[in-house]
Design a protein around this ligand. Structure first.
Ligand code: GDP
Length: 357
């Protein structure tokens, strides 16, 4: 399944954040009978206000949100790209994730030493990105001579060579492929780390959470990547509290939504994903698909047999369903559409599939 790797320098709050993710995920995972949770994987439900409404309409016994998997990719230190620390293992682990979430320390705490002395989000981001860029440079420098040879024998390979050469030029200027906006499709075969989508978690002091000037400045630093702001220490406390107490604690620091929920929501977006919905007396559920997925592909997320035996889908948009109050009403109002195998799923489609088994 799709996963986001968490990276960052030592002592920036990665473990604190990750423990909070795992705790909130364990509660969620109880709802997923076949989910096995590895020690370095945390699962977070993507906030979705539509699910309780669907559950009300269908009298569902439970709701299951879409989820995002976070992987703790420990061990990124200066020199990782040269095999320092557990550098090679680190790079192998991060290569398997679909996006990179960098945790950046902003909080001040004289009791928590910073590996490079001063607190400096900008420098820390550069340190981490430099390691990732160096690793990619090694990959591309190795690939270019091979691709030159291939392109000499096969002109179809010319695009791959040109893409690699363009990547080389970007990386040599100290930029990530992601921030350069270089077309990432042609580069896919190189599995470059910095071609993955990036997002940033800024770990702030509680009183900095409402400092809009600071937030603005940090957002600008990482654009076009998304930024999430949280106090990891507070997040680790929130997961221990019941809903009401959690809301009180959040409001006391001027927040409406926990950092973990924001991270799940923005992480989901960064991965290029969307959801569709199914509902019945047993459960109301959000399923994860890529933006642009067709109806059979969406059915395949439930079960591969559903995709293979796909006949058609009955689709009602969530808004119509809520307005009309039931599937039966939606049908008689002509708002239940029957869609075939070429239908491109829309966010918020409530779906029932028909298939042969
Ligand atoms: P990691 O090395 O990046 O995994 O960092 P940890 O999560 O282990 O955090 C290092 C230290 O910083 C621990 O003592 C944490 O309690 C503390 N810490 C983490 N997040 C915060 C925060 O938001 N504020 C403060 N004051 N301390 C934090």
């Amino acid at each position: 399944s799709l996963s986001i790797g968490i990276v960052g320098l030592p002592n920036v709050g990665k473990s604190t954040l990750f423990n909070a993710l795992t705790k909130s995920g364990n509660a969620l995972a109880a709802n997923y009978p076949f989910a096995t949770i590895e020690p370095n994987v945390g699962i977070v439900g993507v906030p979705d206000d539509r699910l309780p409404k669907l559950a009300e309409i269908f009298g569902s016994a439970r709701v299951l949100p879409a989820k995002v998997e976070f992987v703790d990719v420990a061990g990124l230190v200066k020199g990782a790209s040269e095999g320092q620390g557990r550098g090679n293992q680190f790079l192998a682990n991060i290569r398997e994730t679909d996006a990179i979430c960098q945790v950046v320390r902003v909080f001040n705490d004289p009791d928590v030493t910073h590996v490079d002395g001063e607190i400096s989000p900008k420098r820390d981001i550069e340190t981490i990105n430099t390691e990732l860029i160096m690793a990619d440079l090694q990959t591309v420098e190795k690939a270019v001579p091979r691709l030159q040879k291939e392109a000499r024998n096969n002109k179809d390979r010319k695009v791959a060579l040109e893409a690699a050469e363009a990547a080389l030029r970007v990386l040599e200027t100290g930029k990530t492929i992601f921030e350069s906006g270089l077309d990432r499709e042609e580069l896919r075969e190189l599995h470059l780390l910095t071609a993955k989508p990036f997002l940033y978690v800024f770990n702030l002091d509680a009183d900095e959470l409402t400092d809009t000037a600071l937030r603005e400045q940090l957002s600008t630093l990482v654009a076009p990547a998304e930024a999430v702001f949280m106090d990891a220490k507070i997040e680790s406390e929130l997961v221990e509290l019941d809903e009401e107490e959690a809301l009180e604690l959040l409001q006391s620091v001027g927040q409406e939504e926990s950092g973990l929920r924001q991270l799940a929501r923005i992480g989901f977006d960064t991965l290029g994903l969307q959801t569709y919905l199914t509902a019945g007396p047993k459960e109301s559920r959000a399923w994860t698909i890529r933006k642009g997925a067709t109806a059979p592909e969406a059915a395949g997320v439930i079960h591969t047999d559903f995709q293979r035996g796909f006949i058609k889908a009955e689709v009602v948009s969530f808004d119509d369903l809520v307005e009309l109050g039931s599937i039966a009403n939606a049908r008689s109002a002509g708002k239940a559409r029957v869609e075939g195998k070429d239908y491109v799923m829309q966010d918020g489609d409530v779906v029932e599939f028909r298939f042969n088994v």
